[in-house]
Design a protein around this ligand. Sequence first.
Ligand SMILES: Nc1nc2c(c(=O)[nH]1)N[C@H]1C(S)=C(S)[C@@H](COP(=O)(O)OP(=O)(O)OC[C@H]3O[C@@H](n4cnc5c(=O)[nH]c(N)nc54)[C@H](O)[C@@H]3O)O[C@H]1N2
Ligand SMILES: Nc1nc2c(c(=O)[nH]1)N[C@H]1C(S)=C(S)[C@@H](COP(=O)(O)OP(=O)(O)OC[C@H]3O[C@@H](n4cnc5c(=O)[nH]c(N)nc54)[C@H](O)[C@@H]3O)O[C@H]1N2
Ligand code: SF4
Ligand SMILES: [Mo]
Length: 682
Amino acid sequence: MSDAPERAYEPRKSICPFCGVGCGVVYNHETGKGTGWEAPVNTRGELCPKGVAAFEPGEHEDRLTQPLVRENGQFVTAPWEEAIARVVEGLEAARETHGPESLAFFSSSNCTNEENYLFQKIARALGTNNVDNCARLCHSSTVTAMAERFGAGAMTNTLEDIPEADVFLVTGANPAEQHPVIFNSYLGPAIQDGTTLIHVDPRDNKTTNAADIHLPVSPGYDIPLLNALAKVLLEEDLVEDSFVAERTTRFEEFVDSLADVDVEANADLAGVDPEKLRAAARAYGEADRAAAFTGMGMSQHHCGTDNVRALLNLALLTGNVGKRGTGVNPLRGQNNVQGANDVGARPADLPGYESVTDEAARERVAAVWGFEPPSTPGLTEVELTHEFGDSVHAAFVFAENPGLTEPNLNRVRREFDELDFLVVQDLFMTETAEHADVILPGSTWAEKAGSVTNTDRQVMRMRPNASLPGDARRDLDILREIGERLTDVSFDYDGPGEVFDEMTTVNPLYEGMAYADIGEGSLRWPFPAGADDGVGVLHEDTFATGDRTTPLLPVEHVPPADDLGEGELALTTGRVLQHFNSGAFSRRSETLVRMRGEDVLEMHPADADDRGIEDGERVAVENDRGLVEVAAAVSPIITQGSVFLTFHYSDPATNDLTGDALDPEAKIPEYKHSAVTVRPVE
Ligand SMILES: Nc1nc2c(c(=O)[nH]1)N[C@H]1C(S)=C(S)[C@@H](COP(=O)(O)OP(=O)(O)OC[C@H]3O[C@@H](n4cnc5c(=O)[nH]c(N)nc54)[C@H](O)[C@@H]3O)O[C@H]1N2
Ligand SMILES: Nc1nc2c(c(=O)[nH]1)N[C@H]1C(S)=C(S)[C@@H](COP(=O)(O)OP(=O)(O)OC[C@H]3O[C@@H](n4cnc5c(=O)[nH]c(N)nc54)[C@H](O)[C@@H]3O)O[C@H]1N2
Ligand code: SF4
Ligand SMILES: [Mo]
């Protein structure tokens, strides 16, 4: 560990390390902060506060600048040679004793396409598909539902065409805070010009401020709400018959499934005003073009896949797919969550989403790799943690902090102690790294080159702006060396360009792209032969499944995993503008900490009154999994019966309270509904 690292800067056009919007950021010598450049997304160089602050965490005194190894329970610094030798020894020992499936690889949506590609290749060269990334925790359910219906899980539309919509239906997402440049530069101007915004969210947040209709759904009750919207579309003849006839199947069955749906009763169950719900259905159904956006409020439930299925029905009923200004658009999480998945850091998929069970796909990959990837799908992120000490004995965690961001942390902490060997490649001493045997100090975004793929499928290039502090190394170099030493395969690439170009030969989505061609612009997938920069609006004539039609699917309400007992409230969790995920970066940025310090519990005045809680008072939020103490922020911005915490802080850690329930198909945790009691701290 070190004091504040010295770094030399040279401004070069790169991409913001925070969210999936993918704004261009460059170091500015005058301000010592980030400045926007006129990049593919932030075309006027606009940034949100996180982009401006993006260089600060790399300079923080907590920065790890030397490898650490555990000696007699304590971390001591070690030369790289020794640290890497221990990694090779630790992973090999588990593999020899328990087989390749005893290894777990946590890849990173915070890191580049090239790093993720090498990381999954290492796992597969060792004989396991146990490689996943934290997209599992964000949009895995969305991707499952969308891939099933449309053949692709990504945004159906592009930022460029979306402002053509007459209506935006934003559900379970708060883009004004989580995707600020999309909201301010693409949605906002359209709203100013008359596009109607419908916001479905239990909280009245910055996105709601711009909304025409707000449906404050009770957490976990989106299916009754979405089914009621579908019912109004049917009752009021707002279905686009020609689209339903030409592009969908199973319409009659779907109509039958809604026969017993009573709009008023469903609205009541979802906690929203039936008249407002009807108004929302009319606005969406009558619009010439309506674009839906979906986020964590929909995806992070144990019925997350079904939630999104219910939303897809609305788009299909109204013909809002395959045209400009329409679609179903998941707003992706980190700067490379789209890319980490595209390049194969997934347990059931090879690069380009070809299934590991598909023999022809494995053979195609083998022709390039020189070995055949294993054919049994691996385990997903939370499943892997739950197997620590049982079937999994060694883990490599690259640029993730599951020790803080997975649900039910008291269990997760115990699980980490069950491992025989853990290596963590990060920038700071994280809650996960505290359990490690070896910690490898990697590079921040500001010190690396490579490509990332943003939320609307644009592949863009990052360039180093800063020198590496101390003995820290570039992530790609660390992975290359581990790959060389640990596997029988050559990892002798001369840099990200060579890795990218190999990746395009095994990944059908990126086939034909060349690293050099990205330049300061972007290349978008899919990228058919002869395309200049890729396909914008997906599913125009046929869905990506290859079919012209897709079914309408009946969806039934699934009650949340935690029952609410007498006096209990529904805790939902999420984000604020100034902080980011585990807080690794945002809590190490003076600019952002100044904007927002501690976490608070958002609580409705009626719920506070019932419990004798005053605004600002410290409260205990508790269930049988854990206890969190914070100050209450009493205000009607949150719907009665629910409370809200972020998960951006480590002390207290909100995920002490969240539970183990997973969506049966996508395996996403239920971060958005936990039963808790709230009382003043004595
Ligand atoms: N500032 C900032 N930006 C970020 C991030 C960050 O941490 N901070 N993280 C990035 C990442 S990794 C991701 S995945 C994205 C996520 O971006 P979002 O999806 O916008 O993130 P959340 O705040 O988790 O959830 C969105 C909204 O869902 C609402 N909600 C809660 N429960 C329910 C429910 O049951 N139903 C419905 N309909 N709504 C509900 C919450 O009140 C919240 O306003 O943001 C990315 N961008
Ligand atoms: N309660 C609750 N929990 C949640 C969620 C929620 O809404 N509610 N959301 C979930 C979601 S959507 C997500 S995506 C996850 C996020 O969970 P995580 O991925 O665990 O969190 P992050 O903060 O994005 O990043 C983790 C680590 O990456 C390191 N890092 C960043 N960049 C680099 C790099 O370039 N190189 C190296 N070597 N390290 C780097 C950081 O220092 C940090 O320690 O959290 C999930 N957890
Ligand atoms: S909107 Fe996202 S990508 Fe753009 S500056 Fe803010 S955090 Fe970075
Ligand atoms: Mo995420």
